[in-house]
Ligand binder design. Sequence first.
Ligand SMILES: NC(=O)c1ccc[n+]([C@@H]2O[C@H](COP(=O)([O-])OP(=O)(O)OC[C@H]3O[C@@H](n4cnc5c(N)ncnc54)[C@H](OP(=O)(O)O)[C@@H]3O)[C@@H](O)[C@H]2O)c1
Length: 249
Amino acid sequence: MAVLDGKTAVVTGGSRGIGRAIVERLVRDGAEVVFTYARDDRAAAAVERAAAAPGVGPGSAHAVRGDLSENDAATRLMEYAHRKLGALDILVNNAAHARMAPIEELDWHDYDRLMTLNTRSVFQTVQFAARHMRDDGRVINISTVGTRRAWPGSAAYAASKGAVEQLTAVAARELGTRGITVNTVSPGATDTDLLRSAHTDETLAAVARATALGRLGRPVDIADAVGLLAGPDARWITGENIRVDGGEV
Ligand SMILES: NC(=O)c1ccc[n+]([C@@H]2O[C@H](COP(=O)([O-])OP(=O)(O)OC[C@H]3O[C@@H](n4cnc5c(N)ncnc54)[C@H](OP(=O)(O)O)[C@@H]3O)[C@@H](O)[C@H]2O)c1
């Protein structure tokens, strides 16, 4: 029997990068997963197909499209996923956007979209979980090691993730008596489209050299930490912010 047999999960931003690896890990562990994405129908369909391939399961993956930077999209997606799955045991807030710009140049429209996606949608899904998650559930919010540094240009992104970390700590206290754990996973530089769009190859080579393990992270490195927290062995870990960065910080 797989560790997540009978469990249901929602993963935001599961069509690419770290989110896709998380979906694949939860499916392998036996969960029934609904994952969200914003634009790329082909990428989402590829994840569904990969999850359904022989020998990958025993879980399943179902995609639902929705732009979480729009007003109440997160709540609507959670309502849809809850109806589809019939219950909610695991929530992974992974979808995010990294808008890099110096403070003096940042546009308010961009700021608002980023905050709605990276922070408000997380609050909305956690609120839904607080109301509907079954006992002994798991909430895992993806942040970044960037909150422990002060990279010029990252003010809005780092602020959005700092808010998620504090929300996580408070939610752990509020939901704990129901056996629900709430944790943050903070990746270091992980080789995805988001990372490649924000940095040059030279910068990434320098970051890779700066890790203790001498390479960039891979999406599966982060997904395996999430898989651990989602499973029964992590029942006594809550309110934590776990760096998964190969010793980058
Ligand atoms: N990669 C890194 O180095 C790194 C480091 C630290 C933290 N993180 C964090 O790890 C998480 C995943 O990052 P990643 O690098 O895997 O990102 P990614 O490769 O850009 O993938 C982002 C995922 O989120 C979805 N998404 C984007 N905008 C969305 C929106 N407005 N509404 C709903 N879904 C949306 C995308 O769907 P579409 O493709 O359909 O748009 C995609 O599935 C993020 O929280 C990020 O902050 C990443």
